[in-house]
Design a binder for this molecule. Structure first.
Ligand code: TNX
Length: 687
C-alpha cells in the first residue's frame, strides 16, 4: 500500500546504496510528492550503457527524453541514447504515456524504480516532464555538474505517484522596471521548471518601459522601451524574440501570460504617443520608481483603438489562454472612469479568443467568462477581492507579504523592497493557499504565483538571489497537498537543493533558517573546475577584501577628509553636498548629499594617482540607490547599492589607471527616485 508523504514526513534516515553512498529518499524532493512507496533494500544504479526509451511515436515523449538526456549526459559522461520503447522496458530509463495510475491526471506522473529499471509513466507529455524533474532530484546532487563526475548514479527503489494541487503554479517577471533579455528569461524558465512551475507571467509594460513590439504603434517599443529604472538603456522584445521565449517555455510545459498594465502604469506608452494623453502632450520618459501617477485617457476614442490593437496583436502571438490587463494602482483614474475603461476593454480580450486576467482591483468591474483576479494584498480580506469572488471570478493568489519575492528577506538584504514586509523562507512557506483568504471558498482558488518586481534588480544574479530559495517554497505550496507539507521536513529537503543550485551556478540566498547540504569535498574524479564551483566559498557573493600585504607596500592616492571629522567639507565639492553631524557612522560628522528630479548632483574630489596601478575606492553609504565611482583619463567606473535601509553599508569599486592617468575624480551621488544619502569613511587603496 502506498504511504502518503504526510505519513512519511518524519523518516529521514538515508538509504544506503551498495557502494555505501547515501541515496536520496523518494520523498526527499521539492515539491514533496503526493505519495511514495519505498521498496526496502532495493536500489537502481544507472549503467554506462543505459538507454532512455520513450513512448513510441510520441514526439513530446521524445522531447522529454532528450531533455532528460541533456541533464544526465554532461555529469555521467554516458551516451544515453534516446530510443523508441518497444513493449514495457526491462532495463534503463523509460518515459511512457501509458500505464500510469489514473490519479495522476493531466499533469501528474508515476515513477517506478526497481533493481532493473526506472520507468516514468504519465497520461500527458506535461506529466512526463514533471516526472523527469523528480527523477533528476532522485539522483545524487552531482548529477547537476556540467563536467563528468564519478557516480555511482544510484536511486532508491519504490514507487512515486504524484500530481498537483493547483493547475496554475506561477512565477512573474517584471521586465519593465528593468529589462531582461531573452537569455535571462530562458534561464529563469529552466530554473523554475525544476520545481514544476507551469506559468510565467511577463509584466511587459509599466511607467518605466514598454517591452514588446506592436506593429500598429511602433514607437511603444522604440521610444517607450528605450530606458528603464535608473536611466539605463532598457530594451524590448521583437515579436520573433517573444515567440522564441514562448516556444522555449512551451518546451518546458510552461505557459506565458503577457501583461499590459492599464489604465495606470502607462507613462512609457504616453511618452511614446501624445494622443494617448488627455492634454495631447507626451510626458517625459520616467526612470524613477513611483507608482500611481499615469492614466490612459478614458474619454478619448483613440484610447480604445490603441488598446484593441495592442491586445489583438499580443493575442496573435500568445498561444496561452490568458491576457493580463493589469488594473492595479490606478490612482490617477477616477473610480467611475476605471469601471468604464475596464468594462469596455475586457471584450477585446474575449474577442481575441483569450480570457481576462487582472490584479484584484478588477473586482470593481464586470465579470467576464472565466475571469481571473490576481490577489496581491497584504491582508486576508479585501472589498475588491470579495466583489470579484461574488461575481464569479477565479482567484490567483499572490499575497504580497508571502509571495512577493522582490521583498527583502531581512533588514540586511541589500536588494529588494520592503513595503509588504520582510519575507524569510519560512514566511513564504508557512500558509495554506486553500484557507488563506476569509470569505473566499477553496474552490475559487486556481493557484499561486510568485511575482518578481524589478525596481531594484538589474541582472540574472539578482533575480536568482531573490527567487532562491523562496520560489521553490511557493512552488511546493502550489503543487503539494497541504497535509504533506511541513516546515521541519521542507527545510531539510530545501537544504538538499543548495548543492544542486551551486552546481547549476544559481546565485542563492543562504538563509540561516535552512540546513544547507554540502557536496562531498573531494569527489574522486571531479575535475578541478567542478570541485571549485562546488565549494561553499566559491559561491559566496561578497568578494574578499584586498589583502593587507598587497596594499601596504603600494602608494595610495590620498583621499582628503574621507571621514569628515574636520567639520569642513573641503575638498569634497558639489551641488547639495554638505557635512552633517547626524547621522554618523563613526566619529561625529558625515557627508550628506541629495539629488533632484532633474539631476544627479554629486559630491566629488580630485585625487592624484599613479599610472598603471589598480586602486580600490571604499566607502560606507546609507540610503537607497547610492553610487560611488571614479572618472579620469581612461577611468570610468561606478557601482551602487540598491538599498541599505537606515544603516551604513560598505561599498567599494576597483579601477586601474592607464599610462597617462595622473588624477581621477572620485564621487558619490544618489538617484532621483530616492534622493537623500549619507556617506562616510572613504579610503582609496592601491594594490
Ligand atoms: C506593487 S503589485 C505593484 C508594482 C510594484 C510592486 C513592488 C502591483 C499589482 N503593483 O507596481 O512593482 O508593488 O513590490
Amino acid at each position: 500500500m502506498a504511504l502518503t508523504t504526510a505519513a512519511l514526513g518524519l523518516i529521514w534516515a538515508a538509504t544506503a546504496s551498495p557502494a555505501g553512498a547515501a541515496v536520496v529518499n523518494l520523498q526527499d524532493v521539492v515539491p514533496v510528492p503526493v505519495s511514495v512507496q519505498p521498496a526496502a533494500g532495493v536500489t537502481y544504479t544507472l549503467p554506462s550503457t543505459a538507454t532512455i526509451q520513450t513512448a513510441s511515436g510520441s514526439g513530446p515523449a521524445t522531447d522529454a527524453g532528450n531533455y532528460l538526456a541533456g541533464v544526465l549526459r554532461p555529469s555521467t559522461g554516458y551516451a544515453l541514447p534516446v530510443v523508441a520503447a518497444s513493449g514495457t522496458p526491462t532495463s534503463g530509463i523509460a518515459l511512457l504515456l501509458s500505464g500510469a495510475d489514473a490519479s495522476v491526471g493531466t499533469e501528474g506522473y508515476q515513477i517506478d524504480v526497481t533493481a532493473a529499471s526506472v520507468i516514468v509513466r504519465a497520461q500527458t507529455p506535461a506529466g512526463l516532464f514533471h516526472g523527469v524533474q523528480t527523477l533528476r532530484q532522485l539522483l545524487p546532487p552531482q548529477i547537476e555538474a556540467r563536467t563528468v563526475q564519478s557516480g555511482p548514479w544510484t536511486l532508491a527503489g519504490g514507487r512515486i505517484v504524484d500530481y498537483p494541487r493547483y493547475g496554475y503554479r506561477g512565477a512573474m517577471l517584471d521586465v519593465s522596471r528593468h529589462f531582461f533579455g531573452v537569455d535571462v528569461v530562458k534561464r529563469y524558465l529552466d530554473e523554475i521548471a525544476q520545481y514544476k512551475i507551469n506559468t510565467l507571467h511577463l509584466h511587459l509594460s509599466d511607467d518605466q518601459g514598454w517591452r514588446i513590439v506592436v506593429d500598429a504603434w511602433p514607437r511603444l517599443a522604440t521610444v517607450g522601451g528605450s530606458t528603464q529604472v535608473g536611466g539605463g538603456a532598457g530594451g524590448y522584445y521583437t515579436k520573433a524574440q517573444y515567440s522564441d521565449i514562448v516556444a522555449y517555455a512551451t518546451a518546458r510545459h510552461i505557459t506565458i501570460v503577457p501583461e499590459i498594465d492599464m489604465p495606470g502604469h502607462v507613462n512609457a506608452a504616453q511618452a511614446s504617443y501624445a494622443e494617448l494623453n488627455c492634454n495631447n502632450t507626451a510626458p517625459a520618459l520616467y526612470t524613477g520608481i513611483n507608482v500611481g501617477f499615469s492614466s490612459l485617457c478614458v474619454n478619448k476614442e483613440v484610447t480604445y483603438t490603441f488598446v484593441q490593437q495592442v491586445l489583438s496583436e499580443l493575442a496573435a502571438i500568445t498561444p496561452g489562454p490568458y491576457l493580463h490587463i493589469g488594473g492595479d494602482e490606478a490612482q490617477s483614474t477616477t473610480a467611475a472612469d476605471y469601471r468604464t475603461f475596464i468594462n469596455r476593454i475586457q471584450p477585446y480580450v474575449g474577442n481575441a479568443g483569450k480570457t481576462v486576467m487582472g490584479w484584484h482591483q478588477i473586482g470593481q468591474t464586470d465579470h467576464t467568462a472565466n475571469r481571473v483576479a490576481q490577489y496581491w494584498g497584504t491582508g486576508t480580506s479585501d472589498a475588491d477581492l470579495s466583489a470579484a469572488v461574488s461575481k464569479g471570478d477565479k482567484i490567483l493568489l499572490s499575497p504580497a507579504n508571502k509571495t512577493y519575492i522582490d521583498m527583502k528577506y531581512n533588514n540586511q538584504t541589500t536588494l529588494g523592497l520592503s513595503w509588504a514586509g520582510l519575507i524569510e523562507v519560512q514566511t513564504a512557506y508557512g500558509w495554506d493557499p486553500g484557507a488563506y483568504l476569509s470569505g473566499v471558498p477553496a474552490s475559487a482558488i486556481i493557484g499561486v504565483e510568485a511575482p518578481m518586481w524589478s525596481e531594484t534588480l538589474t541582472k540574472l544574479a539578482d533575480i536568482e538571489y531573490m527567487a532562491f530559495p523562496r520560489l521553490p517554497a511557493i512552488a511546493e505550496l502550489a503543487w503539494s497537498p497541504q497535509a504533506a507539507r511541513n516546515w521541519d521536513t521542507f527545510k531539510v529537503r530545501l537544504g538538499a537543493q543548495g548543492p544542486r543550485w551551486t552546481l547549476q551556478g544559481i546565485n542563492f540566498y543562504r538563509s540561516t533558517q535552512v540546513p544547507w547540504g554540502t557536496l562531498p569535498s573531494n569527489p574522486p574524479s571531479a575535475s578541478p573546475s567542478a570541485s571549485a564551483s562546488a565549494s561553499p566559498s566559491a559561491s559566496a557573493s561578497r568578494s574578499p577584501s584586498a589583502s593587507p600585504s598587497a596594499s601596504s607596500s603600494a602608494p595610495a592616492g590620498a583621499l582628503a577628509n574621507g571621514g569628515f571629522e574636520s567639520g569642513s567639507l573641503s575638498p569634497w565639492t558639489g551641488a547639495r553636498c554638505s557635512v552633517v553631524a547626524s547621522p554618523v557612522r563613526s566619529g561625529t560628522k558625515a557627508l550628506a548629499g541629495s539629488v533632484t528630479a532633474s539631476d544627479t548632483a554629486q559630491c566629488e574630489q580630485t585625487v592624484t594617482v599613479q599610472p598603471n596601478r589598480t586602486y580600490k575606492l571604499n566607502a560606507y553609504v546609507q540610503g537607497s540607490y547610492v553610487y560611488i565611482g571614479a572618472t579620469g583619463t581612461g577611468v570610468n567606473v561606478s557601482t551602487w547599492t540598491p538599498g541599505t535601509g537606515s544603516a551604513y553599508a560598505p561599498l567599494s569599486v576597483t579601477f586601474t589607471t592607464g599610462a597617462s592617468t595622473t588624477s581621477v575624480t572620485v564621487f558619490v551621488h544618489g538617484w532621483y527616485g530616492q534622493p537623500s544619502y549619507y556617506a562616510d569613511d572613504f579610503t582609496l587603496t592601491a594594490s
